[in-house]
Design a protein. Structure first.
Length: 574
């Protein structure tokens, strides 16, 4: 049975078969009608094929969109997009770029001959890519090399020459008013792109833009989830560390117990040092150091020896505050104990009542010989701490002085005494055992300090026997005899000084201190030498001229110095 035009069209007969059928009709029905029907059948067949092709392309686009939506990793998605673009348009080359920092950076290619396209950065103001991005619309050229409608970019042109690129179509990756980048399809021969091809690649780009945005969002979400998971794990680990450290503290543990617990959680040996390491160790012996700080004060550092594990540094960072609190607590206890011992020491040395346990309560041993020191300044504690022979001493402040009871002999202490302009002045007495002897040595050391200060011997540490002739100042009897001798010998000069209102005693002292030389003495007194002669003549009239003899003048000079020192000792302490 002969087929009709409809039968032929339904089975998608080829054009030559349609023409043969038209020829048969022409022989049986005449050429005019047959030619018209044949032309209509050919047009209809072409339209049906075009519709079928577009339906296939739409189906392919749907399949591509579904495939792209299933890819959530940008590294997987972008190569899939350019591969589908190349297959969909049947081109030699496809590539994709994303807008980053005001430029278009080419990310992936399909069908490239060289790796030069990937990573190329194209300014948004030049080239075919610039036109696509600026206008957010498709742009194409049949021959990229000869195209003069846009300004070429040397970097992009170099990559195009390497790929032998000619026909090129670019469409924007457009989403919600933003241009994410551009998708390109190219041929290595000249090619005119049809409106349908432009529409087809634009449709693919629309799906691709949504997929890229979703993939970026998913990637960001995954990154955030990973960070959250890591942070949660870190917080859980920190909580476990805190619980273990808290148990040690609540159990009454101190610094040593905390260090042991920290060491059990770390991968290496942990120790506490007063001076933080200046470097990070060596390649063979790395060091992780965490400062231990509380209230702006640095106590030292937690140090981990050996190759650290990932958790070691955060462990030390977490443990450092707990250790700082333990150090503060221990130092507070030690300070309270020191203040208590200091108060008991002052009571021990300054009261007359004997208590059997007083020595032990003050931190002293009844069987140990001690030296007692009285320092002129209560702020001299740093000097005491730096003096080796005073190690283990009990220290207290009393009446502006520093009291020190040390288990060392006076000679050893004097040899160790600091030198320099800022060295403190101290009276020393000892050795002594028991409360009574310590109390006696305290009074002797205090008197010795007073004598040193009166004599101007600052910065010196001395015992009473080191005062020489000036030891007379330490006893009431000696000072009473000194006052009587001064009255007997120099009393008349003092009386004449009162009558004349002229400083005769000071003039005499300065004259003798300057070796009885008139001009240096007058300069020291800030008077004319004739005035000095007049004053000395008055002294001659009172004492007689024999006072100028060497032995007599030495006796007067010593008497003046002893009296000045004695008067200074009588001054009330300020």
């Amino acid at each position: 049975m002969d087929e009709s035009w409809l039968d032929l069209l339904l089975r998608d007969a080829a054009p030559d078969e349609l023409q043969r059928h038209g020829g048969d009709l022409a022989r049986s029905h005449g050429p005019v009608a047959a030619d018209r029907e044949t032309a209509q059948a050919l047009r209809l067949a072409m339209m049906l094929r075009q519709q079928a092709q577009r339906a296939a392309e739409l189906a392919a686009l749907n399949e591509i969109a579904i495939r792209l939506a299933a890819l959530h990793a940008p590294d997987d998605l972008l190569p899939e997009i350019v591969g589908q673009a190349r297959r969909l348009l049947g081109v030699d080359l496809a590539y994709l770029g994303l807008v980053e920092g005001g430029h278009l950076r080419l990310k992936v290619t399909s069908g490239a001959l060289t790796p030069e396209l990937v990573g190329v950065v194209i300014p948004l103001s030049v080239g075919l890519a610039g036109e696509v991005i600026e206008h957010a619309a498709p742009r194409w050229t049949a021959d990229y090399r000869r195209e003069r409608r846009f300004r070429h970019d040397e970097t992009a042109d170099t990559a195009a020459r390497a790929e032998n690129m000619r026909g090129l179509l670019g469409v924007p990756l457009h989403l919600r008013g933003r241009v994410l980048g551009a998708l390109f399809a190219g041929n290595r021969q000249e090619r005119d792109f049809t409106g349908h091809e432009v529409t087809l690649l634009s449709a693919l780009a629309a799906h691709a833009a949504i997929a890229i945005e979703n993939a970026n969002a998913m990637d960001g979400l995954n990154t955030a989830n990973d960070q959250l998971a890591r942070r949660t794990e870190e917080l859980e680990q920190t909580l476990r560390w805190d619980q273990r450290l808290t148990r040690v503290v609540l159990g009454g543990g101190g610094v040593e117990e905390l260090l042991a617990e920290i060491g059990s959680m770390a991968s290496g040996d942990v120790r506490f040092v007063l001076e933080p390491p200046s470097g990070a160790g060596t390649a063979a012996q790395p060091v992780v150091a965490q400062p231990v700080v509380a209230g702006g004060r640095t106590f030292g550092a937690l140090v981990l020896d050996g190759e650290p594990a990932p958790d070691d540094r955060p462990l030390l960072e977490r443990a450092a505050p707990a250790l700082a609190l333990a150090l503060v607590a221990e130092q507070a206890v030690a300070e309270a104990s020191r203040h208590t011992r200091a108060a008991l020491l002052v009571d021990l040395l300054t009261t007359t009542s004997d208590r059997p346990r007083a020595l032990r309560q003050a931190g002293l041993d009844a069987s140990t010989p001690y030296s007692v020191l009285v320092l002129a300044s209560a702020s001299a504690r740093a000097h005491v701490e730096r003096t080796p022979s005073l190690a283990g001493a009990v220290v207290a402040e009393h009446d502006g002085h520093l009291l020190v009871v040390a288990p060392a002999g006076p000679d050893t202490i004097r040899r160790d005494w600091p030198r320099g302009a800022d060295a403190p002045t101290a009276g020393i007495a000892g050795p002594a055992r028991g409360q009574a002897e310590l109390r006696r040595c305290f009074h002797e050391a205090r008197q010795t300090l007073s004598a040193l200060e009166a004599l101007g011997r600052t910065g010196e540490a001395a015992t009473a026997d080191r005062l020489g002739l000036y030891r007379i100042l330490l006893g009431h009897t000696g000072r009473r005899d000194l006052d009587q001798a001064f009255e007997d010998v120099l009393g008349p000069v003092l009386a004449e000084q009162g009558r004349r209102a002229v400083p005769l005693l000071e003039t005499l002292r300065v004259f003798l201190d300057h070796g009885r030389r008139p001009r240096p003495a007058a300069a020291a007194l800030a008077i004319h030498v004739n005035t000095l002669y007049q004053r000395l003549a008055t002294v001659d009239s009172v004492l007689g001229e024999r006072w100028r003899a060497p032995e007599r003048s030495l006796e007067l000079q010593m008497l003046l110095h002893l009296k000045a020192a004695s008067d200074a000792l009588d001054q009330p302490e300020g």
